[in-house]
Write a protein that binds this ligand. Structure first.
Ligand SMILES: Nc1ncnc2c1ncn2[C@@H]1O[C@H](COP(=O)(O)OP(=O)(O)O)[C@@H](O)[C@H]1O
Ligand SMILES: [Mg+2]
Length: 251
């Protein structure tokens, strides 16, 4: 379970001074649920997911991951999550299998268990062709699969995935979407960000629409369709953004 309560994040910009990248964000993700955080570039998705992953600290508010407070129990939070970010660092001289072994031993997992997990992950992510090739010789999609493999090796209960399919070809995207669905079937909790509206439509139990640092709506896709009278996520999103602008203009 993920509980995000009243998160603000203030950054300092040298030219424009202080500004809030996140304004009073609150939402929850229940166990076994796929939650999509949707918003355009610069909306605040990465900042939110980094705070949830303990990579960055919030200015105000609380994040609870499996009941652990991200500020007070960062080690427990890290153990509970698999975090995938756009700049996940991999050692380019290692192969995918060596990468999984390295991170597996880092988490203190028994060798036999690591080997079983590697086999399952290679199969799940369709990595057989390149599992023993060094990372520096892999394609973008193969590197992304390796990053996902890395964040799965400790079999976390919760996945936090920042734009997992960004810039990937359709086959790699399909594998990654299959992985997300498969983890849900195992009872895992998943939050991921995307600016591909259609992707969220097929995957998410619930979505949150984020715009300029504010969470403007959350709900199931059916709920939001009903509320807005629109029949796809893209139109739902535009509906709410246009409304916001209307409020700004006439308030
Ligand atoms: N470390 C930082 N310092 C200052 N501003 C930042 C920093 N990280 C992100 N921002 C700003 O915060 C806003 C939200 O960024 P981000 O969370 O990366 O958005 P998204 O992932 O939705 O594209 C943007 O205006 C971005 O420029
Ligand atoms: Mg981002």
């Amino acid at each position: 379970m993920i509980e995000v309560k009243n998160i603000n994040k203030r950054f300092h910009d040298r030219k424009t001074g202080d500004f809030y990248a996140l304004n009073d964000i609150s939402f929850t993700v229940s166990n076994g649920e796929i939650f999509g955080l949707l918003g355009p570039n610069g909306a605040g998705k990465t900042t939110m997911l980094r705070i949830m992953s303990t990579i960055m600290e919030q200015t105000d508010g609380t994040v609870l991951i499996n009941g652990f407070d991200s500020k007070q129990k960062p080690e427990e939070v890290k153990r509970s999550i698999g975090f995938l970010s756009g700049n996940t660092k991999l050692y380019k001289k290692l192969t995918p299998v060596e990468t999984m072994r390295f991170f597996g031993s880092f988490y203190g997992i028994e060798k036999k268990v690591i080997n079983q997990r590697i086999e399952a992950i290679v199969d799940r992510l369709d990595m057989d062709d390149f599992k023993d090739r060094i990372i520096e010789k892999l394609s973008t999609g193969q590197v992304q699969k390796t990053s996902i493999a890395r964040c799965m090796i400790h079999d976390p209960q919760i996945y936090i995935l920042d734009e997992p399919t960004l810039g990937l070809d359709i086959l790699t995207s399909r594998t990654i979407i299959g992985f997300i669905k498969g983890e849900k079937e195992k009872g895992k909790t998943i939050i991921f960000s995307t600016h591909y509206m259609e992707e969220a439509d097929t995957l998410c139990d619930r979505i949150g629409l984020i715009h300029q640092g504010s969470l403007i709506q959350t709900g199931t896709i059916d709920e939001l369709k009903e509320k807005t009278g629109k029949n796809n996520i893209r139109d739902i999103f535009l509906y709410y953004i246009d409304q916001e602008e209307w409020i700004d203009d006439y308030a």
